[in-house]
Design a protein around this ligand. Structure first.
Ligand code: FAD
Length: 287
């Protein structure tokens, strides 16, 4: 099933999850149990990251995405990055995706690796979208940044670049995580003014531990509202309380987003079935 078709039902908010493959030195089976628990929550789809945080190359993404779709019965989206890939490597990955019946790709530029010269075949995600379009019947998604991508000249340039990605074939977008819904609403307005009319899912990451969130925030530059920082300060040495407060904060964000008519919620599960379950149970009837 193509992900785009999920957004046709205007009475339902799409609810999806993100998972990541295990690190290169861990056996792939180490995530199977968690995947089963996460898929048992019946999200509309599950996306699988590609090479992020040392999780190996495309074969693991393909294997996990295939397991989710073909064995656990949930539609999957395989992430694919291009900045460190040649056309030939992308071709071989696309063939693998086809062989595993994977129809949906989140087309990304990826981050440059320090000390590694990027390949020259693709500079931007829009170029990857265009390339994949000519290489098979895939449904393409793209990433977007409510707080502006770190390398963009400014927010106007970033939105105009996002428009290029949509024009190149991205049929839906998934946002970077954010903790302040007003930032997302302002971004949505900029996107719609720029003529970006595809569905945009809001990326929500529940805080489950302080270290993890500090790492994510330094990587993606999400701003922290005072209400959120208070939670971090108060419960930083009480892991269970921090987890519960993080879940409550994410649920509050989601309730507000759904009430404001968001196209979809994409939950960064961090492969944590407990957190995914708690949030799913809290918002299921609102979707
Ligand atoms: P692009 O859309 O190419 O944008 C990158 C920068 O270039 C932006 O500043 C943009 O404004 C600018 N730009 C774009 N087009 C042009 C143009 N034509 N001319 C001039 N400037 C332009 N990383 C991973 O490694 N693996 C993953 O699995 C992964 N999953 C992600 C999932 C989501 C939902 C998100 C939000 C991010 C994910 N990332 C992942 C991180 C992502 O790879 C980085 O944020 C990367 O730096 C940008 O990727 P992009 O696809 O958004 O790039």
């Amino acid at each position: 099933m193509k992900i785009t078709s999920l957004f046709n039902n205007k009475d339902k908010t799409v609810f999806s999850f993100e998972v990541f493959p295990p690190k290169k030195d861990s056996p792939i089976e180490s995530v199977y149990e968690r995947l089963e628990e996460i898929c048992a929550l019946s999200p509309d789809f599950v996306s699988v990251t590609y090479g992020a945080g040392g999780t190996g190359g495309h074969s693991r993404t393909c294997e996990i995405a295939s397991r989710i779709k073909n064995e656990l019965g949930v539609e999957s989206v395989a992430h694919l990055t291009c900045v460190n890939s040649t056309r030939a490597a992308i071709d071989s990955t696309l063939e693998d995706f086809k062989a595993h019946n994977i129809e949906n790709i989140l087309a990304l530029r990826g981050d440059r690796i320090e000390g590694v010269e990027p390949q020259k075949d693709f500079k931007y995600a829009s170029e990857l979208c265009e390339y994949i379009r000519g290489r098979g019947d895939f449904d393409l998604g793209g990433a977007c940044y409510p707080e502006v991508h770190g390398e963009a000249e400014d927010e106007v340039a970033d939105i105009l670049n996002l428009r290029k990605k949509v024009d190149a074939g991205a049929t839906h977008l998934i946002s970077q995580l954010f903790f302040d819904n007003s930032v997302f609403y302002a971004f949505l307005q900029r996107a719609r003014i720029a003529g970006i009319d595809v569905p945009i899912e809001a990326g929500i990451m529940p805080v489950t531990n302080k270290k993890q969130i500090e790492r994510m925030v330094s990587m993606c530059g999400a701003s922290l509202p005072p209400k959120f920082s208070k939670i971090m300060q108060r419960y930083e040495h009480k892991p269970e309380a921090l987890r519960d407060a993080g879940i409550a904060y994410a649920v509050e964000q989601i309730v507000d987003l759904i009430a404001n008519g968001v196209d979809g919620i994409h939950l960064y599960t961090m492969n944590n079935p407990y957190v995914a379950r708690k949030i799913s149970e809290a918002v299921r009837s609102l979707l």
